[in-house]
Design a protein around this ligand. Structure first.
Ligand code: NAI
Length: 336
């Protein structure tokens, strides 16, 4: 069934141009039938920068593809089902978004997902290396602190690693931080910008509340409350869903916000800056999340952390300790 879908939709391949006449981008979502994948697919189908949308999963992608394909927006949608269609799903893509893998249940840390998700990410990245080595990769699958190093090792092994094109998605931490800070300040979250650096798990999530825009200050109690809530935002959702998974809708929103920034960068827009977990020299660690500027070649600039206050410096030390072992775990998964 998946193959049939693939063949029939190939007819629509003739014109892959965005409506304004400029070239649109070709985007693949791997894990497109999942809790994140489905709303992410819907939102990407609504993005005018996308001309072709490939939806790949090991289950249920034909139904999701048929459903999304009825939306009267510009992007052509094609579905791909199962490992033997992975290469067709990836060939020619400009951006590959990966939310494939199992989510947390109550009581689990993101690291508990390592054993299953590491193998999934390895396989999918081998496909990227083979079929679209120049694509930008947005990696969502947890634990991001380890899956990004896994992806990097896979790409290094195949000789295709370009650190400018591999981005771990930490956007949800920024989205949450903006929301929670706006609540405390009593202002519109759209006016708030909180840099969140480090990684994407527990204490590695380090919101820089001293650098919030618009400039503001917090009491020590507010700083503690906000830092802990931002670090535990994911667990808050896992517990509220009580066994039915982790953040999916807010994650899809965050993933699209991030993917849209990557596409605007590829288009050549100036001043596109977001936080992401990337290969970095900002600290002594080989990977770190911080603000990056996105452009035609992917990451064009990685910004330093800027001045940290005493509270943030203590947080940074804790974050680095945990990050170092998560990164090492990912690297040795491929090397051993
Ligand atoms: P889900 O279980 O609802 O969906 C995962 C999808 O991946 C399923 O459709 C499954 O069939 C598919 N899949 C499994 N193995 C695959 C393979 N080899 N190739 C392609 N697809 C495959 O899970 P959900 O809620 O969508 O979460 C996905 C991942 O995203 C989890 O690892 C979760 O921890 C992570 N996540 C990351 C966040 C972040 O901020 N970076 C936030 C929330 C979740």
């Amino acid at each position: 069934m998946g193959l049939k879908m693939e063949e029939s939709s190939g007819l629509q391949q003739v014109n892959c141009r965005a409506k304004d006449g400029s070239a649109g981008f070709r985007v693949a979502i791997l894990g497109a039938a999942g809790g994140i994948g489905q709303p992410l697919a819907m939102l990407m189908k609504m993005n005018p920068l996308v001309s072709v949308l490939h939806l790949y999963d090991v289950v249920n992608s034909p139904g999701v593809t048929a459903d999304i394909s009825h939306m009267d927006t510009g992007a052509v949608v094609r579905g791909f089902l199962g490992q033997n269609q992975l290469e067709n799903a990836l060939t020619g893509m400009d951006l590959v978004i990966i939310p494939a893998g199992v989510p947390r249940k109550p009581g689990m840390t993101r690291d508990d997902l390592f054993n299953i998700n590491a193998g999934i990410v390895k396989t999918l990245c081998e496909g990227v290396a083979k079929c679209c080595p120049k694509a930008i990769v947005n990696l969502i699958s947890n634990p991001v602190n380890s899956t990004v190093p896994i992806a990097a090792e896979v790409f290094k092994k195949s000789g295709t690693f370009d650190p400018k094109r591999l981005l771990g998605v930490t956007m949800l931490d920024v989205v949450r931080a903006n929301t929670f800070v706006a609540e405390v300040l009593g202002i519109d979250p759209r006016e708030v910008d909180v840099p969140v650096v480090g990684g994407h798990a527990g204490v590695t999530i380090l919101p820089l509340l001293s650098q919030v825009k618009p400039p503001c200050s917090f009491t020590p109690e507010e700083t503690d409350y906000l830092t802990v809530r931002i670090q535990n935002g994911g667990t808050e959702i896992v517990e509220a869903k009580a066994g039915a998974g982790s953040a999916t809708l807010s994650m899809a929103y965050a993933a699209v916000k991030f993917a849209d920034a990557c596409l605007r960068g590829l288009r050549g827009d100036a001043g596109v800056v977001q936080c992401a977990f990337v290969a970095s020299q900002v600290t002594e660690l080989p990977f770190f999340a911080s603000k990056v500027r996105l452009g035609r070649t992917g990451i064009e600039e990685i910004y330093p952390l800027g001045p940290l206050n005493a509270y943030e410096r203590i947080g940074l030390d804790k974050a680095k300790k945990e990050l170092a072992s998560s990164i090492e775990k990912g690297v040795s998964f491929i090397k051993k």
